[in-house]
Ligand binder design. Structure first.
Ligand code: GUN
Length: 291
């Protein structure tokens, strides 16, 4: 029997409706409409697509959204000035500087300059530290989306073996932090799982992956995960976004994995829409905290 599909698009619809209701209630109670400022430097076509989707989702949820464009030749100082203006603007509750940035701009310098309260990506070291300490302000959008996919599909994480392939700051590392920690009142999303993080230096990587009840692929290599990585019945979450001959391809070879896995979150229509959905949730949370 093929794996049961975890439909990120359908789950997103439900969560976006909850967010829209939250926005309406916040505004009805006299709050400012939540506002997300997106910043796009240069003309990376993939970034254009992501930012367009993020803005449309905001507007559909009743939020304000602004797009600030800087040329590919912009200096670090230009971008720092824009970030400072957005930090000071009370209508802006979330600031999203789309990565990657051109070479002359240090990403770290920009991330450090965003007000942690408006850092809805949760990339600022203060927010990374709060998550690592078990008191997150925001959960980073992609791993938050994966956690929600598992929770809302009724796939328990408590006591399960989770293997995360990839150790990036955006996905792998925070994914492990969320799923390994103990749930508390402040952090109900924590997974209480036994988490292993593997990467290109891991010995016998497929064998380690086969220990996983939940396998999360965030490697950035098209169709990297095949049936020999998967324990029968495991939940497999594909976080890959690779372009192959102009087509969006995940990190999981779905044709190979589907007959073995119990659950599979596909690409497209899996984690991608969930990432945007969790960005909306974080922006609403920021607006509510700002009153
Ligand atoms: N580039 C790729 N993913 C992301 C993301 O989640 N946020 C931002 N700001 N840039 C990205």
């Amino acid at each position: 029997m093929p794996a049961q599909k975890i439909d990120g698009q359908e789950l997103s619809k439900a969560i976006r409706a909850e967010v829209a209701a939250g926005v309406a209630a916040h505004v009805a109670a006299g709050g400012r409409p939540p506002g997300l400022a997106a910043v796009l430097v240069g003309d990376n076509p993939a970034s254009e697509v992501y930012v367009r989707s993020k803005r449309k989702a905001c507007e559909d949820a009743g939020m304000n959204s602004w797009l600030h464009r800087l040329p590919a030749t912009a200096s670090e100082e230009d971008l720092l000035k824009l970030v400072a203006d957005l930090n000071a603007d009370p209508a802006v509750h979330g600031i999203l500087v789309q990565l990657p940035l051109p070479k002359q701009i240090r990403e770290e310098a920009i991330i450090n300059a965003i007000s942690p309260a408006k850092d809805v990506d949760a990339f600022h070291p203060q927010n990374v530290g709060l998550l690592a300490a078990g008191h997150p302000r925001y959960l980073p959008c992609t791993p938050f989306g994966v956690q929600q996919m598992l929770a809302r599909s009724g796939i328990p994480t408590i006591g399960k073996n989770v293997v995360v392939i990839g150790r990036s700051n955006i996905v792998g590392k925070p994914m492990a932090l969320i799923l390994m920690q103990k749930p508390t009142k402040d952090f109900p999303e924590a997974g209480d799982a036994t988490v292993t993080v593997v990467h290109r230096g891991t010995k016998d990587l497929p064998a380690v992956c086969r220990t996983a009840d939940i396998l999360i692929a965030a490697v950035g290599v098209a169709k990297f995960v095949t049936a020999d990585f998967v324990k029968p019945g495991a939940a497999v979450i594909d976080v890959g976004i690779n372009s192959v001959d102009g087509k969006l391809v995940g990190d999981v070879d779905a044709e190979s994995v589907s007959p073995v896995a119990g659950w599979l979150s596909p690409v497209p229509k899996g984690v991608g829409p969930m990432t945007i959905t969790m960005l909306l949730q974080n922006t609403l949370k920021s607006a509510v905290a700002a009153k």
